[in-house]
Design a protein around this ligand. Structure first.
Ligand SMILES: *Cc1c(COP(=O)(O)O)cnc(C)c1O
Length: 466
């Protein structure tokens, strides 16, 4: 499989290169040069229909990694990636109401859906780097979930050092402890005396510092990396297979921020999965909702909400949808984005909006509605859900088109990760799973540094193992 850039001006690359490259050199995002077509019948080969998540993952991922990974190698990496998941099915589906399902994506080591992609990407990075006899330093800034998922995926890997910057005293305690209590020589946490934006600016400065960048072989595993989107495509197929929908239509509702998760769902549709609607749930940071309603995207300031992992104003993976919407015309994508950068507004024509709305709809769920949904689901089913998941469920209930079609709502975080909101809504304290119950007793490791580029850079030079 070859990969092409959404802006049409970067060389096409194979999977191994796309994995390590991240962003294309023309500033675009990589996509496969065609969507392989698959049917659920093609995946469910075993006579008793008892395919495991691992079996499904191999079928879906094989065409995307062909030419770079042999099937046996892929199999090995997939098995290892999901060994750390605590649920025997890896991703269970629970019925919440009439033909309405919760797909629980949070049984990985850091309790958020990001583990599904990052655990596999961590395995793939290590495999590819060992083959090339290279090493890298991954740097990233985090306000919460991504940092812990990336750390867990990269810990103990000989080819990687990972350095995560978080804003000192500005993350939740669970989130900070998940990052700082990891006992591994290649994991380095820096608490910056500043905000999340300061952390991001420091990371950007590192990538612009060519000498440092080259010496360290700097890399990122943020959500624009194709391999992360690819890994997420699998569970949309998994939902259809688990529900036994061989020829029906499914609706998916996804709490969205950077648009990586739901775009992966759209990828499954482009491969042939029968999906009648993609429902985008947003919190008060409603930029995506406005776009799907009006065909116009305008970014404003970020407001903090109960679902912090969706507090985003520029959804970076949206560019991938734009590329598909414009029939893969990279020049058109590039022009539209240049216009967006200069005017702050992205508009599509009425006819294009009409086509988009056939497959997509959206809802804005504010903090009050989020709390109401957590309370309602608890009352109706006895399940505690986290605030992100609640946004997806509320959006799905509001926008589903028919109870004939199963509605699958994506559960993106474990309720124990966001106890304050859950307690506020239900009066019940969600428990952390046994694997994390001693989180508050573990020793933390991190260094507090001032918001100063030279100090942070020289600190990193000292600690990584070149
Ligand atoms: C990252 C995250 C999201 C948003 O996912 P995107 O792929 O950025 O749209 C939603 N919920 C949780 C819990 C997350 O960590």
């Amino acid at each position: 499989m070859q990969y092409i850039s959404s802006r049409g001006e970067a060389p096409s690359l194979d999977f191994g290169d796309v994995l390590l490259e991240g962003l294309a050199i023309d500033g675009g995002l990589y996509l496969p040069n065609y969507w392989p077509s698959i049917t659920t019948d093609g995946i469910t080969k075993s006579p008793n229909g008892d395919e495991s998540y691992i079996d499904v993952a191999i079928e879906i991922l094989a065409p995307f990694t062909s030419g770079s990974l042999k099937r046996e190698e892929l199999r090995e990496l997939v098995i290892r990636a999901y060994e750390s998941f605590t649920h025997p099915e890896i991703i269970p589906l629970k019925e919440l109401g009439p033909n309405m399902w919760l797909m629980e994506l949070f049984h990985g080591p850091t309790l958020a859906f990001k583990d599904l992609a990052l655990q596999l990407v961590g395995q793939m990075f290590d495999y590819e780097l060992s083959k090339r006899q290279e090493r890298i330093t991954i740097v990233g800034a985090t306000s919460g979930d991504t940092g812990s998922a990336a750390i867990d995926a990269c810990r103990d890997r000989p080819t990687i050092d990972i350095v995560i910057l978080h804003p000192h005293k500005r993350t939740s305690e669970v989130q900070r402890r998940q990052m700082t209590t990891v006992e591994s020589p290649n994991v380095h946490n820096i608490a910056v005396e500043g905000t999340f934006d300061d952390c991001q600016d420091l990371v950007k400065a590192m990538f612009l510092d060519t000498k440092f960048r080259n010496e360290q072989n700097l890399s990122a595993i943020n959500s624009i990396n194709w391999a992360r989107v690819m890994a997420q495509i699998v569970y949309y197929w998994w939902a259809a297979i688990t529900l036994g929908r061989k020829d029906g239509q499914i609706e998916f509702s996804v709490p969205s921020g950077n648009f990586g998760n739901i775009f992966a769902g759209y990828g499954s549709y482009l491969m042939g999965l029968e999906v009648s609607k993609f429902i985008v749930g947003t919190n008060q940071n409603e930029v995506l909702h406005r776009f799907f309603q009006s065909g116009s995207m305008t970014a404003t300031d970020v407001v903090p909400t109960l679902s912090p992992s969706m507090d985003i104003q520029i959804p970076s993976n949206f560019e991938r949808l734009l590329f598909e919407m414009y029939n893969r015309d990279g020049t058109a994508v590039k022009e539209t984005l240049a216009e967006f950068r200069s005017s702050g507004v992205l508009d599509v024509a009425p006819q294009e909006l009409k086509e988009i709305q056939e497959k997509w709809s959206s809802a804005r769920i504010d903090d009050d509605a989020t709390l109401r949904t957590i309370a309602e689901i608890y009352k109706e089913t006895g399940e505690l859900i986290d605030p992100h998941t609640a946004v997806g469920i509320a959006a799905g209930k509001e926008r589903r088109t028919s109870e004939e079609n199963p509605l699958v709502c994506l559960g993106t975080a474990h309720p124990g990760k966001f106890p304050e909101a859950v307690i506020k809504a239900t009066g019940k304290k969600p428990e952390l799973p046994t694997s994390l119950q001693d989180l508050y007793d573990r020793t933390e490791h991190y260094s507090v540094l001032p918001n100063d580029y030279d100090l942070v850079r020289s600190y990193i030079e000292k600690i990584v193992r070149i």
